[in-house]
Design a protein around this ligand. Structure first.
Ligand code: DGL
Length: 275
């Protein structure tokens, strides 16, 4: 039985989940959190959906073993590959997942042309197809997978030449088609919003779904009676299957707070254990 002091489990293929965690820390600073970045397997985007599903299941089992009271799948790719499966496999567990924010974009756009930046796996998943079918509402949707962008952001390269080149090759053709709204359908991408804004200019809006995901997490905790109402700041424990020092040095820049990062190891690619 979870209590309000149990942590929220948050995971992503890498540092992208920190954009969601950042919004959660703003909204619910008293909550304890366990964050896992699967840097050992990043990027998820070009991988087959079944493989991402297996990783997501292994991570979920580990987070639940650590006492997670709620799981936030802070990754569009893992949500596309695994959210339905996770809900079926763990029927007693509450999950918050991500889907590209086509709905608010279609409501907001005036030019009726919306750009979506997401990974190949997210575009292939049934979740994306259903979001477009339900909400695009006659709005033209332009897509780009921004190859290499996740890797640049993993290196902390938010402004460099390669990052700019990747974003320009995605966004400039969209601008020519009169895009006025860009959906960030990958949790890594909010970290490059300043650069995106410099490329597209002020009249184009970039939609970061993190605040609404944080609100959804809060609603579920409140409905469950497990929202932590303490007045002290909650603790975040960080874990990675990759290079713990590298993640640790990126935390202040990406999350705005520092912390120790511990390494976990995959056994047979299905089970996470402490090193
Ligand atoms: N941050 C992830 C997402 O939201 C995955 C990026 C990747 O590993 O390819 O889709």
């Amino acid at each position: 039985m979870s209590s309000s002091f149990n942590p929220i489990g948050v995971f992503d293929s890498g540092v992208g989940g920190l954009s969601v965690l950042r919004a959660m820390r703003q909204l619910m600073p008293s909550e304890n959190v366990i964050f896992f970045g699967d840097q050992g397997h990043v990027p998820y985007g070009p991988r087959p959906l079944e493989e991402v599903r297996a990783f997501s299941e292994g991570i979920t089992r580990w987070l639940l073993d650590e006492g997670a009271k709620l799981i936030v799948v802070a990754c569009n790719t893992a949500s596309a590959a695994a959210l339905t499966y996770l809900r079926q496999t763990f029927p007693d567990v509450k999950f918050v997942g991500m889907e590209p924010a086509v709905k608010p974009a279609a409501e907001w756009t005036r030019s009726r042309v919306v750009g979506v930046l997401a990974t190949p796996a997210t575009f292939q998943g049934a979740l994306y197809a259903s979001v477009v079918e339900r909400f695009a509402n006659g709005v033209e949707i332009l897509q780009d997978t921004c190859p290499g962008l996740v890797q640049e952001i993993e290196k902390g390269n938010l402004e460099g030449e390669e990052t700019r080149r990747i974003l320009e090759s995605a966004l400039l053709p969209m601008l020519e088609k009169n895009v006025d709204t860009v959906v960030l359908g990958c949790t890594h991408y909010p970290f490059v919003i300043p650069l995106i804004e410099r490329i597209v200019g002020e009249s184009v809006r970039a939609i970061d779904p993190a605040p609404s995901v944080a609100r959804q997490a809060e609603r579920l905790l409140e409905a469950n009676g497990t929202r932590n109402m303490s007045t002290s700041r909650g603790r975040v424990q960080f874990y990675t299957s990759g290079d713990a020092d590298a993640v640790e040095s990126l935390l202040p820049k990406l999350l705005g707070e520092s912390g120790r990062v511990e390494k976990l190891v995959w056994e047979a690619e299905t089970r996470l254990v402490r090193r």
